[in-house]
Design a protein around this ligand. Structure first.
Ligand code: PRP
Length: 179
């Protein structure tokens, strides 16, 4: 069993997500927003955010692989599952659980932007500024966090712990895979 300590408690996450939703409600008043969740980590954040939106919302999902089987330094992004619907002439909000190196989103935002949405912005629950390799414009960030191995609220360690209702730091024992 991995040892996990709480970094950001559930109440604090949910309070911050309410604030993030308020900003969107105000900015897009009178419009419909199209949320795009990047699987799998963003799902919990996207659901909580969407519950607090009072403007009309549609949503779609895509799956990307940032690095294939290589390390984070390769910066390659592959589309594993594309969107179901066109984003042309929609107000798109890309929803992420975490921005780390910035490789994924620095590729994905221009890629989606080329499909001619009316507007496009990125919101992320977590941000690791110390790890940034590529510039990414983020409209709103839930929390800047240190460079620790975080899990919960969608984030995994070897596909586990996504369901934890808080953000925790996992102490990885020597000899285990890191993912
Ligand atoms: C995470 C996150 C971003 C990406 C950010 O996804 O959801 O898509 O990594 O990292 P970057 O800034 O270094 O590119 P991950 O590849 O862990 O997939 P998952 O959401 O399915 O766990």
């Amino acid at each position: 069993m991995d040892k996990i300590s709480v970094l950001i408690p559930q109440e604090q996450i949910e309070k911050r997500i309410c604030e993030m939703a308020d900003r969107i409600n105000q900015k897009y008043e009178g419009e419909t927003v199209h949320l795009i969740g990047i699987l799998k980590g963003s799902v919990f954040f996207l659901c909580e955010l969407a519950k607090h939106l009072t403007i009309p919302v549609t949503m779609d999902f895509m799956s990307v692989s940032s690095y294939g089987d290589e390390t984070s330094s390769s910066g390659r992004v592959r589309i594993l599952m594309d969107l179901s619907d066109s984003i042309k002439d929609k107000h798109v909000i890309v929803v992420e659980d975490i921005i780390d190196s910035g490789n994924t989103l620095s590729y994905l935002l221009p890629f989606l932007g080329s499909r001619k949405p009316l507007s496009i912005e990125l919101v992320t629950l977590l941000n690791k500024p110390d790890r940034r390799e590529k510039e990414v414009t983020v409209a709103d960030t839930g929390f800047d966090i240190p460079d620790a191995f975080v899990v919960g609220y969608g984030l995994d360690y070897a596909q586990k712990y996504r369901n934890l209702p808080y953000i925790g730091v996992v102490e990885i024992e020597k000899g285990e895979n890191d993912e």
